[in-house]
Design a protein around this ligand. Structure first.
Ligand SMILES: [Zn+2]
Length: 433
């Protein structure tokens, strides 16, 4: 018998998204729905996920256990958002209004807007400022069901300001319920002062930033924006190789605005993930499949940037490339913190089934970040990170409706709440309020 201090019984739909991770090809969508499921945890770790009929022979509630009847709810794993730029200062919403009124990105950039304005504001902000403005973004993500996220640096673009961003991420990681996986993205853009001497900026990233980030243990991953006009495939390889030598594993922005060669770089370096991939060529898909690289797709970015097309998600599934989904939260085009919205676009703009999208938002996102040993699925031994949905799980794609009843992180209700059938018992009390 396993002891449990949090127990859900009679769950209308339990979808565990259990591994092995990643799920690819036909397995991406082959996640069973358990009707009448049960889920139990002790001190934030799952001890049981299965049928309610077997619960009482497997699990013994602790004296103060919360026992919740979930006949009106579905439960899915907490979402893993594998690609965000959530740490930045400044505000570009006025720019958004201008874009909607017809201004081009080039016109906005010529007026001092775009990424340059975020870099200016971020450099001017203190570490305290960055923590303060980012905290509510993380609260929003949590309320939308995200329990683990990646955050990249990349709006500092100088040694000190990139370190400042990653130190702020580390502080947030310590104080916020979300589990945060930090990524160094000094090669997000060539800053204005290096535009005429870009080689020197690449040298700065390789010789100064990466060693400093590694020495402080501030990041687990190194990322590069490999795109025409930003970093070439050759520069991307040099930077990612330098990162790998310093212990920062490679991932890459690839083929977002054109066939940049990024997917081939990802495959050649054995990156864990290639991200965006809207313009990935056929040989890029084949290369990712051979090299066992995840395709982390960000359809909300394509949507808000009005790119007019989306990554070929079905082609990745057919080629057995594991597909993950992420929000791309950022100041210029990542306006939605919602993984359910990314899932919805995954379904309606990229042709995924609901189950494929759910897998992409959970276990495959966890694999993309190399945290699938503890997050991304509801399995004994893993973290009790879960999303409780009103009614059926597919209600998650009713964008804008309040489909999420509660979000559970490490076995605690951190957003929303669920009425407890035994809430009249003063020893138990209502869950999550
Ligand atoms: Zn990005």
């Amino acid at each position: 018998m396993e002891a449990a201090d949090l127990i859900f019984r009679n769950i209308r739909q339990l979808i565990t998204c259990a591994g092995p991770a990643p799920r690819r090809g036909a397995d991406q969508g082959a996640v069973p729905i358990i009707a009448g499921g049960a889920l139990a945890s002790l001190a934030g770790r799952i001890v049981y996920a299965g049928a309610t009929s077997d619960l009482d022979t497997e699990v013994a509630p602790t004296p103060r256990a919360q026992i919740i009847d979930a006949a009106a709810h579905a439960i899915v794993p907490g979402f893993v958002d594998a690609h965000t730029h959530a740490i930045f200062a400044g505000d570009r919403r006025e720019e958004l209004r201008r874009r909607l009124a017809g201004a081009t990105y080039a016109e906005i950039a010529a007026g001092g807007g775009g990424i340059v304005s975020t870099v200016r504001a971020t450099r001017a902000a203190s570490e305290d400022d960055l923590v303060a403005v980012t905290r509510p973004r993380l609260d929003e993500m949590l309320a939308c069901g995200t329990t683990t996220c990646e955050i990249k640096s990349g709006y500092g673009l100088s040694l000190e300001s990139e370190l400042k961003l990653l130190r702020a991420v580390r502080r947030l990681s310590g104080e916020h319920p979300l589990d945060i996986v930090p990524t160094f993205l000094g090669a997000h853009e060539v800053p204005l002062e290096y535009r005429e001497r870009r080689d020197e900026y690449v040298r700065l990233v390789i010789e100064e930033m990466i060693p400093a980030v590694a020495a402080e243990g501030l990041a687990r991953w190194c990322d590069v924006f490999c795109e025409t006009g930003v970093f070439t495939p050759g520069e991307s390889r040099r930077i990612l190789n330098a990162g790998a030598r310093a212990g920062l594993k490679p991932r890459i922005h690839a083929d977002e605005l054109g066939a940049s060669g990024g997917s081939q770089v990802a495959a050649a370096l054995g990156a864990r993930s290639a991200d965006h991939l809207i313009f990935v060529p056929a040989d890029g898909i084949a290369a990712l499949a051979r090299a066992n690289v995840a395709a982390t797709l960000l359809p909300a970015a394509a949507f808000y940037l009005k790119l007019g097309r989306f990554a070929p998600a079905r082609d990745f599934i057919t080629a057995s490339v594991p597909v993950a989904l992420a929000t791309d939260v950022n100041p210029g085009g990542g306006f939605s913190p919602s993984m359910p919205f990314a899932m919805t676009l995954g379904c309606f703009a990229m042709g995924l089934t609901f189950e494929e999208a759910l897998t992409a938002a959970t276990i495959n996102g966890a694999w993309s970040l190399d945290v699938a040993d503890k997050a991304g699925s509801l399995e004994p031994g893993k973290l009790m990170d879960a999303v409780v949905v009103h009614g059926d799980a597919i209600n998650l794609i009713r964008v804008g409706a309040a489909s999420i009843a509660a979000v559970i992180k490490h076995g605690r209700v951190v957003s929303g709440g669920i009425a407890d059938r035994r809430s009249s018992d003063p020893k138990v009390g209502p869950a999550g309020v």
